[in-house]
Design a protein around this ligand. Structure first.
Ligand SMILES: [Fe+2]
Ligand SMILES: [Fe+2]
Length: 157
């Protein structure tokens, strides 16, 4: 049984975001099933994919009046830093760190998708944001002030 399987519980009804998330689930599965000799290569592919994934969401937030220091973006930065440290640990002779991180990343991803990403997807739909063109079709729905939190129900920022 994989740490994480794609299911409708992860779907946020935003095809570009869902496709990226589905790819991440697959990459995580490839890391989990990896023999030791391919582990760091597959982890690197996952890091590259995650850099693009987070950069895109961060851009969508900037385009729709989130502050550049909102907590969703901050969480992306922290997670990226951690998974890069997994690669460093591997090269210092501790390959098991990547395996532990993969398990933790699966837990984190489920929670992140169902809270911060879900709130972002809702916000983007509300303001009529086109993730391909970057156009906001309902500008009146944009908040008057910058959003410093992540707009999720449990956000305390
Ligand atoms: Fe995401
Ligand atoms: Fe996110």
């Amino acid at each position: 049984m994989s740490y994480l399987e794609w299911s409708e519980a992860l779907s946020l009804d935003l095809p570009t975001m869902d496709d990226t998330h589905r790819e991440l689930v697959e990459l995580l599965g490839a890391v989990e099933d990896s023999p030791d000799e391919h582990l760091v290569t597959r982890w690197r592919v996952l890091i590259d994919h995650t850099e693009d994934h987070f950069a895109r969401e961060d851009q969508w937030m900037r385009d729709t009046r989130f502050s550049s220091v909102n907590c969703h973006t901050t969480q992306h930065q922290v997670v990226l830093q951690v998974i890069r440290e997994g690669e460093t640990a591997y090269h210092s002779g501790r390959p098991e760190v990547i395996r532990v991180m993969a398990r933790e990343l699966a837990k984190w991803f489920l929670q992140h998708t169902q809270s911060m990403d879900a709130a972002l997807a809702l916000h983007l739909r509300r303001v009529g944001y086109d993730v391909i063109t970057g156009v906001v079709s309902i500008p009146n729905a944009l908040p008057a002030e910058e959003i410093r939190g992540c707009a999720s129900a449990t956000c305390r920022t």
